[in-house]
Structure formats: structure tokens, C-alpha cells
Design a protein around this ligand. Structure first.
Ligand SMILES: *[C@@H]1O[C@H](CO)[C@@H](O)[C@H](O)[C@H]1NC(C)=O
Length: 452
């Protein structure tokens, strides 16, 4: 009897543990044993996200995709893009939930789910917001049940966040709104709201608009603390904890408003943002184990570009951003030699059918006196086996090379120290200007659009 009772109490204790809501404690100890122990996230935000994904797929299967708006960030899939899209979709759906025309809105991450895993900081931020592991609550590109060209004609429309114009494959969709911090390219002049403003994080613009609208409602909808914390995380990492040169008054002001509603409302905004930035930046840097192919994939942005003359067809242009020097990337290849960098790179651009590729590298050079210097590199290559032939490839390479070398942005390009070892239609430069993708991409795109 005694043995039975102790067995019973052990079972009872076990069943109570099983029935307990998962907590951070449970997560650490149960998840490490088996990821099946916690199949779904537990937060309100995770529940909403999962329910929305389900509703979208149910409606799609029932032929009702036309009722939906897809909120999409850019295809790099960084924390800012992901958070901006999730935040705006949440806001739209909730702000209209009791109206006669509730909006059906879903965030789409324009990356494949496996590419999200190449961003450890996203994984950490989603985990902190109690989302289901492996991004299962989120709709990613590889889960889209229909190709964008067809789907875009059926939808109510799309909303662009952290993204100035839609990718070619979405060009048939009506653009309902744009909220962005890139260069305004005049896309969808009638979109509402249509917000372009230079701030560190696009999430700042989305959160500010959301709070403005929320505070104007007769009755506020529920704002889950997980979402507020995700917003603060995105702003923190893009603004260096509100201390980087890119930080604007809007980033700081919006962070304060978001913080005031969060579980951390008693804390100092600068301290919270510094902690978040430290934690996420450490995670972000945890990519040393990635090989060159993964580094190319993890922050890859590309699209088709039309050229003016009939003799020059539409070309596909891709951009990678990689936080390592060319020299250290070479060491990450199988043979650890320069030829292998170009072999791995060519295999990747062949896989994604890209004619012209730009890799933007960024790293810190450590000098003997202890000082660190920020160095950037630009790698330009053009293929002749996708959409263009060899003569066209030679001419396109020359056009883009000249546009980069003669830029009007004050970027002084210096040939890389091994530039003399490069082959046809390959070039590598270094520069010390702060110009990243936001500056380089328009230079290259404008050159391609003028190529004839
Ligand atoms: C919609 O109604 C629910 C239930 O009454 C309420 O909790 C929620 O705040 C309302 N939302 C808005 C935006 O008014």
C-alpha cells in the first residue's frame, strides 16, 4: 500500500508537472530533452500569430485569398523586417476587429524558413517573445501555398514595411500602404498610410503609427507584452541601443512610448535598450561556424531589373551582406583559397539564377596600436550563362564597375590587395566610407537600368 501510494504521488507529481504551464524553467529543462515537449509557443502573441496563419491557409484552400492583405518586409528577413511586418499585421487586424469590415492581415517573411535559422538574433528575439520554436507561427516564403505572381492578383493587396518597392513577383498586387526607412522610389503614390522617414529602425515608424492609431480608438485593443518587447528588440539592434549615429529622435521617442506599455515600464529606456542590443548583438555575431554558402544566403536580397534597350534583356541582380572580410571568407571555404570563394559563390548565384551579384563585406581591422578601423569591401561579379551572353555580360560588368568607381556619394573605392588575381567579370574593392547596401544598391540599380 505504501509503495502504491508513493508511486501514485510520484505519478500525480509528474502529471502536475505536465499540466503546469510551460515557463522559462520548463523550457530550459524539457526542451533540451525533447523539442516535442513544447510544441507550441505559449504567449498571446504566438497564439494570435498561429491562429492567423491557420485562418489564412484555411481561406486560401476555400478560394478566399481575395479577403487577405499580406504585410511583407524585405527579403533579407532581419529582425527589423520581421518585427515591422508582424507588428503592422497585428495592429491592422485588431484595430478593425469590431468594425463592420474587419481586415484580414497576415505577416509574410520573405525568406525561406531555413534562412531564418541563419539569423541567431531572430531566433533569440522570437524565443524571448515566447513564440513557437522553428518559426512555426510565422508564414515564410516556402510555405506560401501559391506562387506570388498568381496570388498577388487575387489578394486584397499587400503592405510594404522596411521595403520601398515590391519584388517583381509581387508587382501585380495592389499596394495598400508603405512604411519604410529606405530611399523613396515613388512606388504607389496613393498608398495610405505612405510613410518614408530616415530612422534607424523601420519598426520605429510602424510602432509610432500603431500607437498613434491605437490611442485614437474609442477602446484600445489588447497589446501583448511579447509584441512590445519584440518591437523594442528590433529598434535596439538597429540603433545600437539608441546610441548609434543612425539613431533619431523618433527612435528614442517611440521606444519610450513602447517601453511605457511593456512589462519593463519601470526601467530606464537607455538601460533596457542597451541590454537588448548587447544580448541580440552577441547572438547576431554567433555565426562564426557558418560557411561561405550560408553567409551568402543569410542576408541575400535580389530582384529582376528591366533595362531600356531591346538588345539588353531584364537581368537578375542579387546582393549579399556579409560581416567578414574577403580574406576571412576565403578561409571559410573548403580549400581555403581564392578560387574556391568564386566557386562557392558561382554555385550559389547559379542556384538562384542571378546574372549580376554584389557582395558587401564589412569588418573591423585591428591595428597594432589597439585601434579598430571599419573597412568595407564590394565584390562585383557578372555571369554569362543565365539571361545574358558573354558580350552582354562583359558590357554589363563594365557599366556597373564604372558606375561604382565614379559614384557621386563620395565613396572612394580602392582595388582590393589581391585584385590582380581576379578573372574576367570579377572585381573587389575596399572603402572606408560608411556606405552600406542602402547607398550601394541604388547606384548599381540605376546603372543597370541605364545599361544599353
Ligand atoms: C473589440 O471587442 C472586444 C470584446 O468586447 C474588446 O476586448 C476589444 O478591445 C475591442 N476592440 C476594439 C479595437 O475596440
Amino acid at each position: 500500500m505504501k509503495a502504491f501510494r508513493s508511486l501514485f504521488s510520484a505519478l500525480l507529481a509528474a502529471s502536475q508537472v505536465a499540466a503546469m504551464p510551460p515557463s522559462r524553467f520548463a523550457k530550459q529543462h524539457i526542451l533540451s530533452a525533447s523539442s516535442k515537449a513544447r510544441p507550441f509557443g505559449i504567449g498571446h502573441f504566438s497564439e494570435w500569430s498561429r491562429a492567423t496563419k491557420k485562418a489564412f491557409l484555411v481561406d486560401w484552400q476555400a478560394g478566399k485569398a481575395s479577403e487577405w492583405i499580406i504585410v511583407q518586409g524585405n527579403e533579407g528577413g532581419d529582425l527589423d523586417s520581421m518585427t515591422a511586418a508582424l507588428t503592422w499585421a497585428y495592429h491592422l487586424a485588431h484595430a478593425t476587429e469590431n468594425s463592420t469590415h474587419p481586415v484580414k492581415a497576415i505577416a509574410l517573411l520573405q525568406t525561406a524558413s531555413h534562412a531564418l535559422d541563419l539569423r541567431p538574433e531572430n531566433k533569440l528575439a522570437l524565443d524571448n517573445s515566447q513564440m513557437t520554436p522553428d518559426h512555426q507561427d510565422l508564414l515564410t516564403m516556402d510555405e506560401l501555398p501559391e506562387d506570388p505572381e498568381t496570388l498577388s492578383r487575387k489578394l486584397t493587396g499587400i503592405i510594404l514595411v522596411d521595403h520601398a518597392e515590391p519584388l517583381r513577383k509581387w508587382s501585380h498586387a495592389k499596394i495598400v500602404s508603405i512604411i519604410d526607412h529606405h530611399k523613396d522610389r515613388g512606388t504607389a503614390p496613393d498608398a495610405k498610410p505612405r510613410i518614408f522617414e530616415t530612422v534607424a529602425s523601420c519598426t520605429t515608424l510602424v510602432a509610432r503609427q500603431m500607437l498613434d492609431e491605437l490611442e485614437n480608438l474609442d477602446q484600445e485593443y489588447h497589446m501583448p507584452h511579447e509584441l512590445l518587447e519584440l518591437i523594442l528588440s528590433a529598434i535596439a539592434i538597429d540603433s545600437g541601443g539608441l546610441t548609434s549615429d543612425k539613431t533619431t529622435a523618433a527612435d528614442i521617442e517611440t521606444s519610450k512610448r513602447v517601453l511605457a506599455r511593456s512589462a519593463w515600464s519601470k526601467k530606464n529606456v537607455m538601460e533596457v535598450m542597451e541590454d537588448l542590443d548587447d544580448e541580440l548583438s552577441d547572438a547576431q555575431k554567433d555565426i562564426d561556424r557558418l560557411g561561405l554558402r550560408d553567409l551568402l544566403r543569410r542576408d541575400w536580397k535580389g530582384d529582376l531589373i528591366d533595362t531600356p534597350s531591346p538588345s539588353t534583356p531584364t537581368v537578375s541582380l542579387g546582393f549579399a551582406s556579409i560581416p567578414y572580410s574577403m580574406d576571412s571568407q576565403v578561409l571559410k571555404t573548403n580549400f581555403a583559397e581564392l578560387f574556391d570563394w568564386f566557386a562557392v559563390h558561382a554555385a550559389w548565384t547559379a542556384e538562384v539564377s542571378v546574372d549580376i551579384s554584389i557582395c558587401l563585406n564589412k569588418y573591423k581591422k585591428h591595428h597594432k596600436n589597439g585601434e579598430k578601423e571599419k573597412i568595407r569591401e564590394i565584390v562585383l561579379t557578372v555571369r554569362d550563362d543565365v539571361r545574358i551572353d558573354q558580350d552582354q555580360a562583359d558590357s554589363l560588368f563594365k557599366t556597373v564597375k564604372e558606375a561604382l568607381e565614379n559614384n557621386n556619394e563620395g565613396i572612394e573605392l580602392v582595388p582590393w590587395h589581391r585584385a590582380d588575381e581576379l578573372s574576367a567579370r570579377q572585381m573587389v574593392w575596399t572603402h572606408k566610407s560608411g556606405a552600406g547596401r542602402k547607398v550601394i544598391r541604388p547606384i548599381v540599380e540605376e546603372a543597370v537600368m541605364k545599361w544599353d
